[in-house]
Write a protein that binds this ligand. Structure first.
Ligand code: PHE
Ligand code: ZN
Length: 896
């Protein structure tokens, strides 16, 4: 493959400021595919015209790993050259001559496509993936999102091997192919009524079956919904279909956005780099986010399917009808669509407490994945300024922080104001390729007089400045005057390429708790909008010193520094009216204890870390008669090792692991009777439903069982491991079964081995369940370095396959990225393993390799000997001559 490189053979960065409109527009594309795994022939007939706004220049079409057979302009042969991978045409009709026809005939080799970008084969069927720059691996094209064309697609293939032929839009013709050599071949012709950028093109061909559902929308349109899977998987499609129907209804109800197609298709494939893809009318999904039934999928899987199905469906408006002008604007569609899928999942919750649980889960992802990204070598603004490889910028910053930025807009203009802003956005930009500025402007213009409209230029610093802002809060109590003064100060640390930061607009939702911890009515509004480096908020007429509850609902993606006393945190945990801050108070109490033990030179494994007050508070929550099980499970789960590491300047992963394990063990023993009560009280045997309430009960029962097995480990008790094994054997659903298996594995009980064996035998034909089996072992708590040898064994297992991204992730990522205690070894063997796998994967699939490469992003914070060993591993990868742009960008930035 040809890559752009400068003289030192370093990949070249692309800059946002260099954007130029395309020199040509493509009006129509007529594609004809002769599908064959070894050699697929692609005839691409386009109608183009020059863009009158751009000086005349040659046409440069992107292409990658294509074999070019023929180029015709208006039916005639023409001169052309290949330059830097691009097909360059000099002698094209002048602007005055209007549109012209360009016909390009190429071939490609889908069976050899291990990158899973462009046209590839998975389990004998054809799939495509074109975002961001995969279409150029199918044909020569202006492969950029601001070139939008009308597509007609004809698929021709063997009838027996590929009975189903799908592409975007509507099926207009199909039937047998006539002519010699075509006896067993058929064709299908699809026309997409909507113009689209090339990254939304898709085709699928293979032996698939579909669950179908006809629906009538609120506006009266009739639509056909289809979920296509491999023949054995039809019994796992009901939940995806339900989620799709709920998505259609939600977008109409909340944003008045209807389905604009007669037919909407979802197709599942087990070989996929990402979660799913929003191709117009033909979404292609990783099987992980489609297939579920109670026997094979957990509650978390069900919830993920609901949100990913929603996410891709919502892209139909936010992404497809209005798309991105260039890839720097990626968060225009991704941040907004994540926000929409988060709101969708919340709106589907019957109870307000379940909404809060969803919010806490989303914030937990942001803080454990995005905050580290924002503090590390890959830190970038929500709208990046430059990239080497765009695939490296499908990040938690663009997605999750981008969603927080949209959420703050909604907070500033209100829910109705935000809906009005969305309406204006579509009135202005339907059918266009636009920028993040255009979006923010529409929300502000629809809300004149709002804080957002007033502060828009400053608010947009959230798009341009990287790094997580810190808000420091300090209260001052003047008892004589009955006055409480809250001083809020914001700052933001330098990030690569951005040393000085201007103040952000930070909406701080707040309240005060008075004596007896009741909510105080104050003259101050419940939302304070920070715009300066420092603010003072004065509360008058108070009888006693209040406890501030700040950043309620996590109203901004910032780190809140505040010096609460234990007593204040205990009061917030017990009484705050804001469930998010209740949970947060519990996390702060745990964090404080963890950090103290980590800093304590005298700490030795097994030594108590937790005091009676903390344990008592946890017991209160666990036994609380009103709180939801799901909420209890969140409070009783200690902050992750990754989150703990983020709080420290120098990170000793083994010490963090040891302290957190000690805390878990202590909670297990100190609350033993409470865990028993919780388990018996919350284990259900009734019919399985994946709703938030019943999944919350299963989650709490699962945590209780894990804690009981852990306590048994210390005491030598065999009753609870026995019960866990029994539960594992007769559980009526995967959630309970897998929780029981995890409890045995995490406590390293001897019953873990037979349980694992039995689990494998039961599910050897269910790829997604086997992924869980692999991931559980690779992610299990390390004991004396036992995980790495186990991981190496797993890679030799007959069911392991490095080419399948889900399987590679289930073993390698579960170890390198999700098991810090196992990965960071004093003997450096974890890092050696990591470097070998990055290099090995890079030869197969650079996108997956580059994700793995990020496991060492934070190496500079590591204590010795980890730091030196990690740098050596990074340097070894970087020294490899023929690395992909993807991996090279990641390791170069890490070493910088
Ligand atoms: N656009 C997809 C989504 O967020 C993600 C994706 C990106 C999938 C690139 C494949 C390739 O829904
Ligand atoms: Zn998306």
């Amino acid at each position: 493959m040809l890559q752009l490189r400068d003289a030192q053979s370093q990949p070249v960065a692309i800059h946002r400021g260099d954007y130029q409109a395309p020199a040509f527009w493509i009006d129509t594309v007529d594609l004809c595919f002769d599908l064959d795994p070894a050699k697929t022939r692609v005839l691409n007939k386009m109608v183009l015209r020059r863009n009158p706004d751009v000086p005349a220049q040659p046409l440069r079409l992107d292409g990658e790993e294509l074999n070019l057979a023929r180029v015709l302009v208006n039916g005639q042969g023409t001169s052309f050259r290949i330059e830097g991978g691009q097909l360059v045409l000099e002698n094209l009709p002048a602007a005055e001559e209007g549109a012209f026809a360009l016909e390009i005939f190429t071939t490609c080799a889908p069976a050899k496509n291990t990158k899973l970008m462009g046209l590839y084969v998975s389990n004998g069927s054809f799939f495509t993936q074109c975002e961001a720059e995969g279409f150029r691996r199918i044909t020569y094209f202006l492969d950029r999102p601001d070139v939008m064309a009308s597509y007609t697609v004809t698929l021709r293939a063997d009838k027996t091997l590929y009975p189903v032929l799908l592409s975007n839009g509507n099926l207009v013709e199909h039937g047998p192919l006539g002519g010699e050599g075509n006896e067993n071949r058929h064709y299908a012709k699809w026309v997409d009524p909507h113009k689209k950028p090339s990254y939304l093109f898709a085709l699928v061909a293979g032996k698939l079956v579909a669950r179908e559902q006809r629906i009538r929308s609120r506006l009266g349109g009739d639509h056909l919904l289809q979920v296509y899977v491999r023949p054995g998987d039809l019994d796992k499609t009901e939940h995806a279909m339900q989620s799709l129907m709920a998505s259609v209804a939600w977008d109409e109800a909340r944003f008045s956005l209807p389905l604009d197609l007669e037919r909407f298709m979802i197709v599942a494939t087990s070989d996929f780099n990402m979660g799913a893809m929003e191709n117009k009318g033909l979404n292609i999904f990783n099987t992980k986010y489609v297939l579920a039934n109670q026997a094979t999928a957990t509650d978390v899987d069900f919830a993920n399917i609901e949100s990913v199905v929603g996410h891709e469906y919502f892209h139909n408006w936010t992404g497809n009808r209005v798309t991105c002008r260039d890839w720097f604007q990626l968060s225009l569609k991704e941040g907004l669509t994540v926000f929409r899928d988060q709101e969708f999942s919340q709106d589907l919750c019957a109870e307000p407490s379940a909404r809060a649980v969803k919010r806490i889960e989303d914030v937990r992802v942001l803080r454990t994945a995005q905050f580290p990204e924002d503090a590390g070598p890959m830190a970038h603004p929500v709208r990046p300024d430059s990239y080497v490889e765009i695939n490296n910028f499908y990040t938690v910053t663009v997605y999750e922080k981008g969603a927080e930025v949209v959420r703050m807009m909604q907070t500033l203009v209100g829910r109705d104001g935000f809906a009005a802003g969305m309406k204006l956005y579509f009135e202005r930009h339907d059918g266009q390729a636009v920028t993040c500025d255009d979006f923010a402007q529409a929300i502000a213009d629809a809300n004149p007089g709002s804080e957002l409209a007033r502060l828009l230029p400053q608010f947009k610093r959230w798009y341009s400045q990287a790094g997580t802002p810190r808000v420091h809060a300090a209260g001052q109590w003047d008892a004589a005057a009955g006055r409480y003064t809250l001083t809020l100060t914001q700052s933001c640390a330098p990030t690569p390429g951005q040393v000085l930061k201007e103040p952000f607009v930070i909406p701080v939702a707040l309240g005060l708790l008075g004596e007896g911890a009741q909510e105080l009515a104050t003259q101050q509004p419940a939302l304070f909008v920070m715009t300066e480096a420092q603010h003072q908020i004065v509360f008058e007429g108070l009888a006693a010193e209040p406890v501030p509850s700040l950043l309620r609902g996590f109203s901004a993606p910032v780190i809140l520094d505040i010096d609460y006393s234990d007593a204040q945190l205990l009061a917030l945990l017990a009484h705050d009216s804001d469930p998010f801050n209740r949970w947060e108070a519990g996390q702060r109490l745990a964090l404080r204890r963890a950090l103290k033990a980590i800093a304590d030179d005298g700490f030795a494994a097994g030594q108590p870390v937790l005091d009676a007050a903390f344990v008592g508070a946890m017991r209160e929550v666990l036994r609380h008669p009103q709180l939801d099980a799901a909420f209890k499970e969140l409070v009783l789960t200690l902050p992750s090792e990754t989150y703990l590491a983020e709080q420290l300047d120098v990170v000793d992963p083994q010490r963090i692991h040891a302290v957190r394990e000690a805390m878990r063990a202590q909670l297990a023993e100190a609350l033993f009777e409470d865990w028993q009560w919780a388990y018996e009280e919350h284990r259900d045997n009734g019919a399985y439903q994946p709703d938030p309430r019943s999944s919350g009960r299963r989650a709490l029962a699962g945590l209780a069982l894990a804690q009981l097995c852990l306590a048994a480990r210390a005491s030598g008790d065999t009753v609870w491991p026995g019960k866990a094994y029994q539960r594992f054997k007769d559980a009526g659903n995967m959630t309970d079964r897998f929780n029981a298996l995890s409890a045995l594995v995490a406590s390293a009980h001897e019953l873990a081995a037979p349980a694992l064996q039995r689990f494998h035998a039961l599910f050897k034909d269910e790829a997604l369940v086997l992924d869980k089996w692999f991931a559980l072992q690779a992610g299990s708590p390390d004991r004396n370095g036992n995980v790495l040898p186990a991981v190496k064994q797993l890679m030799k297992h007959a069911d392991f396959n490095l080419r399948n991204p889900n399987r590679a992730r289930s073993v390698i990522f579960s170890y390198c990225s999700a098991n810090p205690g196992g990965f960071h070894r004093a003997d450096a063997a974890g890092y050696v393993f990591w470097a070998d796998r990055v290099i090995e994967l890079d030869g197969i699939n650079p996108q997956v390799a580059a994700r793995l490469a990020r496991a060492l992003d934070r190496w500079k914070k590591l204590a010795e000997p980890y730091r030196t060993a990690a740098r050596e591993a990074l340097a070894r990868v970087a020294a490899k001559a023929d690395l992909s742009n993807d991996v090279r960008e990641v390791v170069n930035r890490a070493l910088d």
